[in-house]
Design a binder for this molecule. Structure first.
Ligand SMILES: [Fe+2]
Length: 376
């Protein structure tokens, strides 16, 4: 180290070392320090207002010292002094990502999960931060929860979804009505069985959180099928690591064509988070395009794909139940795979109204809720 010792601070070529409150030494780069001077952030908007790109010279401390629990840096040639709480610096000393309260460990669930599903009453959700937190935690940890006692109105769905984000449309529109349509554009709009799928992978960014508000359900048949795609993918990882690798690395095409639209996107069937853990799956037989991969690759891809698809149907995973009028099932569309059995269209009425919000926005609202506004 060829720097100059000033109290507990050592100036170095490109930064400085300082003893933190716990006595441990920590190094900080001068550009990083200058960029993150507490005066760089606007108190009202909380946004960064300092622009490092307009800083004409390389930041260099002329002097630095610790007073109490604050590091004070006098920047050479600028007449600017920065004051950094040592507690703030300690959070970045290890170079590790800032702790994320929304990074909750996911919990896999199986076919017997129905009685244990998180249930929250609509009115409680609107009134209680604690209930909103319980609901959001279920969405983050288990990927699914049921909102009960929903008023029989379009507005009830909007109000529920807007608690976890902004309504985000798909190319079917901002809302969709799952019932028998006269001229269906989608299997969901018929009374036929709907194979296990995640919604709309033909969009580059498939919808994040899905809400299905059951407005009426008096038909014979039409059992709802839901399963935790993460649970299946984790079991595949154990049983057949090579199949898991193929499904998590190779992108396959999805599409949706109808009179005036030609949607296309490529997705991985198994989605991993930045820790390498399974965070979701993407499946849709009715939107899977013809796989345009080299045929030799398909020699190994198809057996992996079919093995996974067969595992999904296993009794071990599929939760079967009837969504009742007044219930709204809310779930992570990138993790929870859903479908339904066929029903008799003449036996009664079946109407589910749906919409979506974004996964990232759910996480952002959850973080704010748990930290009660104190984000740093
Ligand atoms: Fe669906």
């Amino acid at each position: 180290m060829d720097g100059a010792q000033i109290g507990t601070v050592v100036l170095e070529e490109q930064g400085l070392s300082v003893l933190l409150a716990d006595g441990s030494p920590a190094y900080f780069n001068s550009w990083w320090l200058r960029d993150n001077c507490p005066t760089s952030f606007d108190a009202e908007t909380r946004e960064r207002t300092f622009d490092i790109f307009h800083h004409a010279t390389t930041p260099r401390p002329a002097a630095a010292r610790v007073e109490g629990d604050v590091l004070i840096v006098d920047w050479a040639g600028e007449g600017h002094v920065s004051r950094y709480p040592l507690a703030m610096l300690a959070g970045y000393a290890a170079g590790a990502p800032r702790p994320d309260p929304a990074d909750l460990p996911r919990r896999a669930w199986f076919a017997d999960h129905y009685p244990n599903l998180t249930r929250v009453a609509h009115a409680d959700l609107l009134e209680s931060g604690g209930e909103r937190r319980r609901w959001m935690e279920a969405l983050l940890v288990e990927g699914v929860a049921i909102v009960t006692d929903m008023p029989d109105s379009d507005e009830a769905l909007t109000r529920t979804a807007e608690l976890a984000g902004t309504i985000r449309p798909s190319f079917f529109g901002a809302y969709f009505d799952v019932r028998t349509h006269v001229k269906p554009t989608n299997l969901a709009y018929t009374s036929k069985a709907l194979e296990l799928h995640t919604d709309v992978p033909a969009e580059e960014l498939a919808p994040g959180i899905q809400y299905l508000h059951c407005r009426a359900n008096s038909v014979t048949g039409g059992l709802n099928l839901f399963l935790d795609g993460m649970a299946v993918a984790n079991d595949l990882r154990e049983a057949d690591p090579e199949a898991f690798r193929l499904l998590s690395e190779i992108e396959v095409p999805f599409y949706k064509e109808h009179d005036d639209i030609d949607m296309r996107a490529r997705q991985r069937v198994i989605e991993l988070d930045r820790h390498g853990e399974v965070s979701g799956v993407t499946l849709s037989q009715h939107m899977a395009d013809i796989f345009d991969l080299p045929q030799r690759v398909l020699d190994s891809y198809y057996p992996a794909f079919v093995r996974f698809g067969r595992m999904l149907q296993d009794k071990k995973y599929v939760m079967r139940f009837t969504l009742r009028a007044g219930e709204c099932i809310t779930f992570d569309n990138h993790r929870i795979v859903h479908g339904r059995e066929a029903y008799s269209a003449t036996s009664g009425e079946r109407h589910l109204r749906g919409t979506y919000t974004d996964r990232g926005e759910l996480r952002g609202l959850y973080r704010a809720l748990v930290s009660e506004g104190r984000f740093r």
